[in-house]
Design a binder for this molecule. Structure first.
Ligand code: TXA
Ligand code: MG
Length: 334
């Protein structure tokens, strides 16, 4: 008999199971999801907290487990572009091109919600748009291949805390809130949440969240030498319209004060280092920003767990994925 999961969190009393993400474990995850349960699953960006996106009770459990504000919509994960087309409108120019070019991978597209799409209303928090991506990591891809529905999956952390790039990070804030953690080890090679871009009208890109995929570079490459028909604009920042409602100033909090652009550590600080600025945890000794992104949340988790009451972070160049790193650091410090 299938186990029952309820939106009120009956199962939250049960211990969280953790399984190495082999085929048998992924099959078990698929069964739990079919029954409306929650599974933490590795992706190439961060670990996600997945539920079936077509079931209002299952989706309600995501919000409850994370203590997530209901105004903050979720990203829907799908197998491929065909499954994405069942949920979103790809008519607007550049939407399909970006999907074909960047999927599977760390790009989330915000597009008009398709009429009649089979999604629980809470997934989009009542917006007329939906955020959607095809992830690249083999574990979530195998899981998506085994279930007939799309998966709603925010990062697998309590709302406001540092995002997880390791199964132990998931258990640090969501233990007992989730039926199963699929252990993919250090699966998150990108280490930062996906880049989010809304296509508001033909060729009009609006970057809602910087991430591993550098939109500026891609835009330059695509439109070089042409009339700039669709300059990238940025919204969702503090003081502007909250177009990505989750992008609140205070987020990614390690629970202690964070000092940015630090050249060295004071005696009560845990130092997160970069290049020539050494530290207790190094983002990248060689100054490689991609490597730094992959290590960021690991260092923030280590800093949070350390005995030191404060955190200092070395300066990070604000270019390429450095923009996304600095975005997360500013919020961690807010
Ligand atoms: O890499 C990622 O994107 C990870 C992995 C698990 O896929 N997921 C993730 O989800 O970062 P989450 O919930 O932590 O962030 C989702 C972001 C929020 O800022 C939310 O406001 C925004 O996506 N979002 C979702 N739907 C939206 C919509 N229709 N319009 C604008 N922003 C939206
Ligand atoms: Mg998150």
């Amino acid at each position: 008999m299938p186990r029952a999961y309820s939106a009120s969190g009956m199962s939250s009393k049960n211990a969280t199971e953790m399984l190495f993400a082999d085929t048998a474990a992924i099959e078990r995850a698929a069964r739990i999801l079919k029954e409306g349960g929650l599974v933490a699953v590795p992706t190439e960006t961060v670990y996600g907290l997945a539920a079936r996106a077509d079931d209002p009770k299952a989706v309600a459990r995501i919000y409850a487990a994370k203590s997530r504000p209901e105004i903050n919509p979720l990203i829907v994960h799908v197998r491929d572009l065909d499954q994405a087309r069942e949920l979103a409108d790809f008519d607007v120019v550049d939407a399909e091109m970006l999907a074909k070019r960047c999927w599977p991978g760390p790009l989330t597209l915000v597009l008009p919600l398709k009429r009649g799409a089979n999604l629980a209303p809470a997934v989009t928090a009542g917006l007329p748009t939906v955020a959607i991506r095809v992830p690249e990591h083999p574990v979530i891809r195998e899981l998506l291949a085994k279930v007939p529905f799309p998966l709603a999956a925010p990062s697998a952390n309590r709302s406001g805390y540092v995002s997880p790039t390791h199964p132990s990070h998931v258990r640090a804030t969501l233990d007992r809130q989730v039926e199963l953690v699929l252990d993919g080890g250090d699966a998150c090679k990108e280490g930062l949440e996906s880049t989010i871009v809304a296509i508001r009208s033909n060729r009009q890109w609006v970057e809602l969240r910087p991430g591993p995929l550098d939109l500026n570079a891609l835009h330059d490459e695509l439109y070089e030498g042409m009339d700039k028909q669709g300059p990238i604009t940025r919204k969702g920042r503090v003081g502007e319209t909250l177009e990505a409602p989750g992008q609140m100033a205070s987020h990614y909090s390690p629970g202690k004060p964070v000092r940015l652009n630090a050249m060295d550590a004071r005696s009560d600080e845990f130092m997160i280092g970069f290049q020539q600025y050494g530290g207790d945890c190094m983002l990248s000794k060689s100054g490689d920003l991609v490597e730094a992104a992959a290590h960021l949340y690991d260092c923030l988790h280590a800093a949070a767990a350390s005995m030191k009451p404060r955190i200092a972070v070395a300066p990070i160049p604000d270019e390429g994925v450095g923009r996304a790193i600095n975005d997360r650091l500013r919020r961690a410090a807010a």
